[in-house]
Write a protein of this length. Structure first.
Length: 497
């Protein structure tokens, strides 16, 4: 049977061996640390969660690998690659919408997310094996909840693929040989019916910070992903329903300090519906659980004014003058201080930001990825060290709820103004769609390509990005050349039913 590169992974089921080293030990397990299926004692249902642990681990590594981050955030006209001297082709991708399907980063994104999907599917098979030996209601409830977590992750991986490539393959089985792509609406429907509805039904109705395995994804994580999918599909009644389910649970609230929300104090707070967890175990040396350089990608050099310690990032990802001028014209203060750090200036946390190495590079960076030196464990010198990666948060739930209400002719002021108030911006009466897209632009800047998706959704991409070379044929990145070489059927028109 022919194997295709984008679904190739090490043989065997991704069952992780336990590494009991911290309160988040279930997330510390690399998927490579697995045992062959025939050596697993499926009768020992107390070890069921090991199958889930490997899925979280691959999200942290493959899902947050630095090229995934870079290629995701540079398409919206507000952000650019930030550097000409390294990975220069990213400038043409992000600023001129010239795509080379042979570029390794496109293949990296494709492979990484299908690897998440494959490992999630294998984990579900393993959980089913454990389920054969379940003899009590409590273990059955855990089994269903664990399946819900894995299905939520798998749905998220599909969502990321669609946002990046548009029409993609639905991989129903890791050994599947028919890899013809499906229309993105079919992929969305598959996610909803196959994974997200299940996760809402059987997942824990808790915050991630309330879970037995702290930070694990819950029914509300799945519900937020579903709301984002329905937003793409234009089903605003369902967006309202999904976001209302989250809001009326009264489980979530906006973290009061927007600046610290993205730093160590904001880890696992009540605003976070999905984080990728990292830790240095509070130790200045030794093992660290980290992403694939997610934060270091967009970090400048930082020097602590208080103790002289210094760390360096790679210096990618800068905001455009267009965005900075727009932000200043709005009178943004709280979000401006958090979202942008400038070369040659001091941060509110008394760190000095280095100037760019030369005039061809950016001299401002995404402050949401910056962790103050005072919060980094002494002995560690990695940019953003030990911070969690924020993926989904309650502020976007409120803004989606507001948009769904307004699009249905209802009053969307209340959820919208909760977000405004936290940012110390004046409330708005009679919120419009223009108000919402502007608020999303500011609140969610440089977060997972959200602005670019909004431009496509609102039909504004031509207006905002056309002068830079964008056109509808470039709305999504091309299927990587390496995948086309392996699977020519990927060039066929996508399935529509």
């Amino acid at each position: 049977m022919k194997k295709h590169k984008y679904i190739i992974a090490a043989a065997g089921v991704a069952l992780a061996m336990s590494v009991a080293v911290s309160s988040c030990d279930y997330l510390d397990i690399e998927p490579e640390m697995k045992v062959p299926e025939e050596q697993v004692d499926f009768t020992n249902t107390s070890e069921m969660y090991q199958a889930v642990s490997g899925v979280y681990a691959i999200v942290r590594t493959a899902g947050c690998h630095w090229p995934v981050n870079l290629v995701t955030v540079i398409r919206d006209g507000d952000v650019w690659s930030g550097r000409y001297d390294d990975q220069a082709e990213m400038v043409t991708v992000g600023c001129n919408y010239v795509y080379n399907n042979s570029h390794w980063a496109f293949n990296d994104i494709w492979v990484n997310h299908y690897t998440i999907i494959r490992i999630a599917t294998e984990a579900l098979k393993s959980l089913d094996e454990y389920a054969k030996y379940i003899t009590n209601e409590a273990d059955m409830k855990k089994y269903l909840s664990y399946c819900a977590e894995v299905r939520t992750i798998r749905a998220w991986a599909y969502y990321r693929l669609v946002q990046t490539f548009g029409d993609v393959t639905i991989l129903r089985d890791p050994d599947q040989t028919d890899l013809q792509r499906s229309d993105k609406r079919l992929v969305y429907q598959y996610m909803l019916e196959g994974d997200l509805d299940y996760a809402w039904k059987y997942g824990e109705k808790l915050r991630p910070n309330e879970m037995e395995h702290i930070g694990a994804y819950t029914a509300y994580t799945a519900r937020m992903i579903a709301a984002k999918v329905y937003l793409e599909l234009g089903d605003y009644a369902k967006v309202e329903e999904c976001t209302n389910d989250i809001i009326t649970s009264r489980k979530f609230s906006l973290y009061p300090d927007f600046y610290q929300l993205f730093k160590i104090p904001g880890k696992l707070c009540d605003e976070k519906l999905m984080e990728v967890q990292c830790t240095d175990f509070g130790m200045g040396s030794g093992d660290i659980v980290d992403t694939g350089h997610f934060f270091i990608l967009g970090g400048p050099g930082i020097t602590s004014i208080t103790d002289g310690r210094k760390i360096n990032g790679w210096g990618f990802v800068g905001y455009t003058d267009k965005f900075l001028n727009w932000m200043k014209a709005r009178g943004e203060k709280v979000r401006a201080t958090t979202s942008v750090i400038y070369g040659g200036q001091m941060t509110p946390s008394y760190d000095f930001v280095d100037n760019a190495a030369n005039s061809n590079n950016t001299n401002n960076w995404n402050g949401k990825w910056y962790v103050p030196m005072s919060q980094i464990t002494p002995g560690r010198y990695q940019y953003g060290c030990a911070n969690n990666v924020c993926v989904l948060r309650y502020a976007e739930v409120l803004l989606m709820n507001s948009e769904a209400l307004v699009r249905q002719g209802k009053d969307g002021d209340a959820p919208f103004n909760l977000v405004r108030t936290r940012a110390e911006m004046n409330p708005i009466t009679g919120v419009t769609l223009q108000d919402i897209i502007d608020e999303r632009r500011m609140e969610l800047c440089c977060e997972w390509g959200t602005r670019y998706a909004d431009l496509l959704r609102y039909g504004l991409a031509e207006e905002f990005l056309g002068p830079n070379g964008w056109n509808p044929s470039r709305a999504y990145y091309p299927v990587p050349a390496e995948q086309l070489n392996e699977s020519p059927e990927l060039e066929l028109p996508p399935l529509t039913h």
